[in-house]
Design a protein around this ligand. Structure first.
Ligand SMILES: [Zn+2]
Length: 140
């Protein structure tokens, strides 16, 4: 899960959620994606309060879908200096024009990122939709 706390937006959300669990003593849970190049992995995370004042993070896989391997998500692929925003939570990619976030497959088509070109580096952040839903994460 420490992939999530790498950037300020994600750190902010985690801090809010952890504070809420500590203050209310109630768990929160939310969905996120933990994809591999050839796999869409739909996950669920629960943050709960422990009796000793600590917090428990439990994540489980809800379902997996295989797909044709995506070079953009393969850390072995050579990269240019360009940066492309990706949401750590839902794995959507940001299209610059209208702050629009789309599935990685759509972004590759839209941005003409074919596997023969040098791919941009991925910059992890959080999309507006995930930011909103994290703030509304319900207790269980
Ligand atoms: Zn997102």
């Amino acid at each position: 899960m420490f992939e999530f706390v790498a950037d300020p937006g994600n750190r902010h959300i985690y801090t809010l959620l952890m504070n809420r669990v500590r203050e209310t003593g109630r768990s929160v849970n939310f969905s996120f994606r933990c994809d591999a190049p050839d796999l869409r992995r739909f996950m669920q995370m629960e943050i709960g309060a422990l009796s000793n004042g600590g917090l428990a993070f439990v994540s489980r896989t809800v379902r997996e879908e295989t797909r044709k391997s995506i070079a953009l998500l393969d850390s072995e692929s050579p990269r240019s200096d360009e940066l492309l925003g990706i949401c750590s939570w839902c794995k959507k990619v940001r299209l610059d024009e209208a702050d629009e976030w789309v599935e990685v497959e759509d972004a590759i088509k839209h941005l003409n990122l074919f596997e023969s070109t040098l791919l941009p580096q991925l910059s992890h952040g959080v999309c507006p939709e995930c930011y909103e839903s994290a703030l509304k994460a319900e207790g269980v």
